[in-house]
Design a protein around this ligand. Structure first.
Ligand SMILES: *[C@@H]1O[C@H](CO)[C@@H](O)[C@H](O)[C@H]1NC(C)=O
Length: 128
């Protein structure tokens, strides 16, 4: 292989690897705080800690007789109405009423002037 081919191949490899890394969200520590009897097995018997984490699961080998590699808790999310008026994303139209806005499932605040009064929620992750 000449150098050009090697260069192109390594670029492809780097891109592929970074895509892989981005696609998998590793569970946070608190998502892995699960009572031993609530653990759902996520790996195969004898899976290593590294392999388990690579699969996006939690590993804790401190309790014998329960799965050591287990599925993380789902992230809790909550909808909030953002406080910053200038960060609002319009969900309605000028003159929309609170009721109409509510029916669309959006936030309504009739102040200040010059920004949307009916605007979308933001989804925030809750600490677990
Ligand atoms: C492993 O699990 C046990 C039992 O739930 C817990 O007390 C311990 O803190 C865990 N260890 C880690 C590193 O999360």
């Amino acid at each position: 292989m000449d150098l050009k081919v090697i260069g192109v191949l390594s670029v492809i490899l780097v891109v592929a690897l970074s895509t892989l890394a981005e696609g998998k969200t590793l569970p946070s520590k608190c998502q892995c705080k699960l009572a031993p009897r609530e653990r759902r097995n996520c790996g195969f018997p004898g899976i290593s800690a590294a392999e388990c984490r690579k699969a996006g699961c939690c590993f804790n080998a401190s309790v014998p007789g329960v799965p050591w590699c287990f599925a993380p808790k789902a992230k809790k999310v909550r909808k909030v109405c953002p406080n910053d008026p200038h960060g609002r994303i319009n969900c309605g139209y000028p003159g929309i009423t609170a009721k109409e806005c509510e029916r669309k499932g959006c936030c309504f605040r009739a102040h200040p002037a010059g920004v949307p009064w009916c605007f979308y929620h933001r989804v925030v992750e809750e600490a677990c």
